[in-house]
Design a binder for this molecule. Sequence first.
Ligand code: ADP
Ligand code: MG
Length: 227
Amino acid sequence: MPNPIAALESVSRHFHEGGREHRVLDKVDLEIAAGERLALLGASGSGKSTLLNLLGGIDRPDQGRVLVEATDLAGLSEHRRTLFRRRRIGFVYQFFNLIPTLTVRENVALPLELLGQALDPADALLEQVGLADRGDAFPDVLSGGEQQRVALARALAHRPALVLADEPTGNLDARHGRAVLDLLAALTREQGTTLVIVTHSRAVSGYCERVLSLEDGRLTQGGGAEW
Ligand SMILES: Nc1ncnc2c1ncn2[C@@H]1O[C@H](COP(=O)(O)OP(=O)(O)O)[C@@H](O)[C@H]1O
Ligand SMILES: [Mg+2]
């Protein structure tokens, strides 16, 4: 693949569990093209969140390199990884992770505020996710689907290179989940943002160019037998 925007090179990650070693990722190789939408499937506990956290610089591998825009995150200090993450990564979580003491608009503006940038994109994004009239509300008065739309706006506000979505529809019913996937695909397409999404939604293959599965510490093409 010429000029991947992100890559894992022979990445391993293990944890200790009850005195024995659990190898969650075993020399995983992955290249992600700029602008690609990639879905990642796998049973619970197969290491999907671990992989996303490595790509996002939240976690560090035991071995191997994690490249995002040619920066090796594995080689950065925690402080530098945090600064890199703020600029170049957007995260979306299953349970939204909005800050309850900030308004909807303040939540979306937070990534821009941390970077010392103008806050105008926050209002434009709230408009795009259909919540322009809820900017002054606090997250707890919004429905789950609305909260996740706020989280999408926040993930994209600073125009990251890479958006990492960890089961973003896992806490929504089918209809609202579908609306969130529609929006995520539309926004990343419009911004040209690369997306890696972990989801159990079968609709995802309609949104992503590539589907990979994680099993026994390795990545394989396609959705596997369960698909
Ligand atoms: N910080 C951690 N400490 C110990 N074990 C962990 C840690 N993070 C993940 N694990 C273990 O690694 C495995 C994969 O976890 P995870 O990546 O969360 O899987 P998934 O997201 O696919 O459900 C699980 O067995 C989990 O218990
Ligand atoms: Mg997970």
